[in-house]
Design a protein around this ligand. Structure first.
Ligand SMILES: *Cc1c(COP(=O)(O)O)cnc(C)c1O
Length: 397
């Protein structure tokens, strides 16, 4: 295998995870490890925990796993769902479906509300499914806040209201992997019982660390759950001993990086981080609106309010190969964008706009995509120019 020659200048990473890493995070991750009895390790872990609690908007425990987001999914499933238990999955796209299949593979029965392409999960369908569950078999409602594959962001307050209106005692379990640190979210205020995050999306870390925030109601369900488990077990991780919190050696390089990333969020200010994501998303959405005038591209998400601030899904007309477009964007213009997953494969491409990003980075990505579309002969209307207008105004309106 030959290694490819170095490309001069910066590469533009615009997948919806993994995302661009800030220099302070990279530097922090090159710190030498400590022995497990060093009090500095305890305080590093404590700072990561308290920073994560702020980002999740919770006063409850946040458990950290040396695993990708799928590990956190498995942690939620195995702690909550007893053998043969049933969960309700709010259908929002391929990520919700993959999480449902994950639960089924572990022996959990999954009821699904229908996923309507281009639309967020329906709170009404959720409420109907909960009301229909007269035997109260459903132990948890699972919802993906931002379904990274379809690019929709669901209305978590409406799902909470659906649970309350149905008077259903099920836990409310939310995957905020793609939205944490990008879209407004506050676990305790929203009445979420379990929230799941991962390092490599808006949190500006490499892949490999995931988080599960768990309130008292969910801990109680976990304590009563007889399903055999060890590594994922929440109770085992409620320890004062740092190595027990990780069921073994803490992933120290990741924790140094996380501490640095959380400090960046705190320094910018959480609200400012959320506002920056809103503005950059508005710029991308304006560009896609402009591109659509060429007749070959369109928003996959039909409901403007449900378009994610983290990722935009762009549907292509028949005869256009989004994978070929991605290849040209990557190889000739050094812009990394994502493709369609699951049922959406070959039908759209995705631009990630989350994490350590600013306006010129987003403009560079959009211009690179325009260059790649020009090479591919894909017609498009004014995109970059529209994005510039939004960024110059400092807001979409
Ligand atoms: C990325 C992602 C996951 C999966 O995370 P991995 O680290 O790839 O396992 C789960 N849910 C959502 C919404 C995601 O965006």
């Amino acid at each position: 295998m030959t290694s490819s020659p170095r490309v001069p200048g910066a590469a533009f990473l615009h997948a919806p995870g993994p995302t661009h890493l800030p220099k302070p995070v990279l530097d922090a991750m090159s710190t030498q490890p400590m022995e497990l009895g060093d009090p500095a390790l305890d305080s590093l872990i404590a700072r990561c925990e308290s920073g994560l609690k702020q980002v999740f908007g919770t006063a409850h425990d946040v458990f950290m796993y040396a695993a990708n987001g799928h590990g956190a999914w498995e942690a939620a499933i195995t702690n909550i769902a007893a053998p043969g238990a049933c969960v309700l999955m709010a259908g929002s796209g391929p990520f919700a479906e993959t999480w449902a299949l994950h639960a089924e593979a572990l022996g959990v029965r999954v009821r699904r509300t229908p996923w309507v392409e281009g639309h967020p999960a329906s709170a009404q369908a959720v409420e109907e499914a909960l009301r229909a569950d007269e035997a109260r078999e459903i132990v948890a409602l699972f919802a993906v806040h931002t379904d990274t594959a379809s690019g929709v962001t669901g209305d978590l307050a409406a799902f909470r209201a659906a649970l309350d209106a149905a008077g259903h005692p099920a836990l409310f379990v939310v995957d905020v992997v793609a939205s944490l640190g990008a879209a407004p979210f506050a676990m305790d205020a929203l009445g979420v019982d379990v929230a799941i995050g991962a390092s490599q999306k808006a949190l500006m870390m490499p892949p490999g660390l995931s988080f599960v925030a768990v309130n008292d109601k969910a801990m109680q369900v976990a304590r009563a759950n007889t399903l055999p488990r060890y590594y994922w077990d929440w109770q085992r991780r409620q320890s004062e001993l740092n190595y027990r919190k990780f069921a073994g050696t803490p992933p120290q390089a990741m924790l140094f990086g996380l501490e640095a990333a959380l400090a960046l969020v705190a320094h910018e200010g959480f609200d400012a981080v959320i506002a920056r994501h809103r503005l950059l998303a508005d710029a991308v959405h304006a560009a896609v609106e402009g591109w659509s005038e060429g007749g070959a591209l369109s928003f996959h998400v039909q409901v403007p309010a449900a378009r994610s601030v983290s990722v935009t899904t762009i549907a292509v007309a028949e005869g256009i190969d989004p994978e070929a477009l991605r290849r040209v964007a990557r190889e000739r213009f050094h812009v990394g964008i994502a493709g369609g997953l699951g049922a959406l494969a070959g039908r759209l491409f995705r631009i990630g706009h989350l994490g350590d990003l600013n306006a010129p980075m987003v403009l560079g990505c959009l211009a690179g995509v325009e260059a790649a579309m020009t090479v591919q002969g894909i017609p498009f209307g004014p995109g970059v120019a529209r994005a510039v207008r939004v960024l110059a105004a400092g807001s979409a309106s």
